[in-house]
Design a protein around this ligand. Structure first.
Ligand SMILES: C[S@@+](CC[C@H](N)C(=O)[O-])C[C@H]1O[C@@H](n2cnc3c(N)ncnc32)[C@H](O)[C@@H]1O
Length: 225
């Protein structure tokens, strides 16, 4: 079947029937992540900022199959991604989540404190670029999901903080389709293209851009063989 890509102003670029079927065959949110997602859908000003179901389950797959112990999230929001990550971490695993807005961080902390995962998660308040400069790593998984203009800087800040089997997952590569619009002048979109290009051109990394949600880029250090 021939598919024609059409630019969209907002919403998924994935064909809706395929996306609906894919999501219907993905384990629904459960436990504390579901509670936080329900709260966010009802109460948050921009609920679409929380992790989507496909992205959340992908993060869990990476954690479980990669035996991740130390995870970094850039952009906490209301804690849905953080709780999803914490749920998949083994006992003793740890998530550091970075959030610039103190009020948002308090909301996330409330959801995390009410969950069974509080001991695994710390939320650090401040501009992620500043916080990253003093975080030593190594991290087995880095989830980049904050201000889009900073993605190129975030990649440079975390690439040398990955563990040997570490992986970077970055959200919103499609920017609701704007990344695919070659005439876009949006600064976030241009930064996102720079980010994707710099990962693709990094001789030490391999990557794949997954057509799930709003586009998730995975990048990991190329094995020596
Ligand atoms: C898309 S939401 C994060 C969603 C969350 N990762 C999840 O999976 O549910 C982006 C968050 O990044 C935060 N943010 C934006 N710029 C930031 C910065 N410079 N440093 C840290 N956090 C930032 C926003 O306040 C917002 O809460």
């Amino acid at each position: 079947m021939t598919r024609v890509w059409r630019p969209v102003v907002s919403g998924s670029v994935i064909e809706p029937t395929a996306e609906g079927y894919a999501l219907s065959r993905t384990t629904p949110f459960t436990g504390a992540a579901k509670d936080a997602a329900d709260w966010t859908a009802k109460n948050a000003g921009e609920p679409q900022m929380m992790a989507g179901l496909a992205e959340a389950r992908l993060l869990q797959a990476l954690i479980v199959t990669g035996r991740a112990q130390r995870v970094l999230e850039i952009g906490t929001f209301t804690g849905v991604g953080a709780l999803t990550i914490a749920e998949a971490l083994p006992p003793g695993g740890h998530l550091t989540s970075l959030e610039v807005d103190p009020e948002t961080a308090e909301t996330a902390r409330g959801h995390i404190a009410a969950s069974p995962h509080a001991a695994k998660v710390e939320v650090l308040v401040g501009n992620a670029a500043d916080t990253l400069a003093r975080l030593p790593g190594p991290f087995d998984l880095v989830w980049i999901d904050a201000d889009k203009r900073s993605y190129p800087d975030y990649f440079q800040a975390v690439r040398d903080k990955l563990s040997g089997h570490g992986v970077i997952a970055a959200d919103n590569l499609f920017r609701d389709g704007d990344t695919l619009n070659t005439e876009s002048t949006d600064r976030g979109t241009l930064a996102m293209r720079d980010f994707a290009d710099s990962v693709r051109e990094d001789p030490e990394f391999d990557s794949v851009l997954l057509t799930i949600g709003d586009g998730v880029l995975l990048a990991w250090r190329r094995p020596p063989g």
